[in-house]
Design a protein around this ligand. Sequence first.
Ligand code: CTP
Length: 449
Amino acid sequence: METIRGKKIILGVCGSIAAYKAAFLLRLLTKAGAEVQVIMTPDAVHFITPLTLSTLSGKPVLVDYFDEKTGEWNNHVHLALWADVILVAPASANTLSKFAAGACDNLLAAVYLSARSPVFLAPAMDLDMWKHPATQSNISALLSIGHHLIAPENGELASGLVGEGRLAEPEEIIQVLAAYFENVEKNAAVTGSFEENGALTAHAEKSGMLTAPAEGDGLSPERSAPSGQRLRGKNVLVTAGPTYEAIDPVRFIGNHSSGKMGFALAQELAAEGAGVTLVHGPVSVPVPEHPLIRSRAVVTADDMLTACLETFDGVDIVVMAAAVADYTPVETAAQKIKKSPDAEGELQIPVKKTTDILAALGQRKKDSQFLVGFALETEKEEEHALSKLQRKNLDLIVLNSLRDEGAGFGTDTNKITVFDRSGQRTQFPLRSKQQVAGDIIQMIIDRIG
Ligand code: CTP
């Protein structure tokens, strides 16, 4: 939390039942030493009073362009340029749609449009509103311009329905911010130009983003690239989901991989400006759509191998998140295998090894290419992960242990430990798959320079 000290944060609060959580969040932020300016949308004041938030922030809460009593103008440009980050929590469907469309009919939207700082969005809404293609397309648009999503959680919603849409917990939100500032400092330390007073100039220069007001009127025409464009121009191959190995026309050997981790990686990589080839096995969750993502559906390990080899020469980074079947039937029966009339009978299905795709890519790898593998283990986790890192000639390996609650297949969360070639071990807490994707990408960026 130390990295939050002294940071200037605009906390946008929208009209949502979850607005009450903004008070807890605000308290955590100020306790961590942040200077927080709260801006509420006009609807938000129906859910939590400005008085509560102004007391907790020690500053008047802003809602309108003008103070009706004094006639004073709340200068949205000045506010936007003041902030090190803009955090909107809760972000309503309405505000997300305004941000995505560039609408500007309230102070928060105007500050957002004038901002050059990174933007963190923590949505909260009913599950159907969250799932609606309109909201999802707004989210994709906002991710594609480099904003950070603090994904809503699954749980009981104000409507009584249960599902995705609950605002992330304040502790989780502040952790995301702390991790962000930590990375900014680390990057700046690498470039050697981070200023001790906590200014973000070094990161701003590195990512082409300005966080401090420009000289003069602060409206320099050299509007910089949004944050999160750090992989612009890089090509990345991501694999996701299981592979299915047919036994007969109706049965297959497969596994429980949902594809969610690989999809989150593809989405976050695209949000960083990378061109992503997403090769995925059979999945039931929606495949991410993004102008920078080109997806290719495959079924078997062999199909996935072919697709990966076709792409490999032209990519800078490979993230192999797919759970590829290790074995495939020696033969696929042309007709459905009938049950033996003998009730006790056993059925033997001869299988053979599939090609280890990652190991094959590791053998072909050029020095300029960066390979990331996953290791899902149930025992001797570290030993197995390190041996895979060596054996497959990887640059990073991401270890999941099925012994960790909330990690592994099907869940929306994951808990990872990452090892690099130098043996450095980095352990992360349980986080949403989207955030885990961000952590992995940060580790890649730190190492590819
Ligand atoms: N992998 C692959 N091709 C395979 C099997 C695995 O590319 N045929 C990749 C996975 O995508 C993952 C990594 O290798 O990135 C490790 O996969 P995992 O299943 O954990 O390990 P295996 O090497 O298959 O070893 P084991 O199943 O014995 O643990």
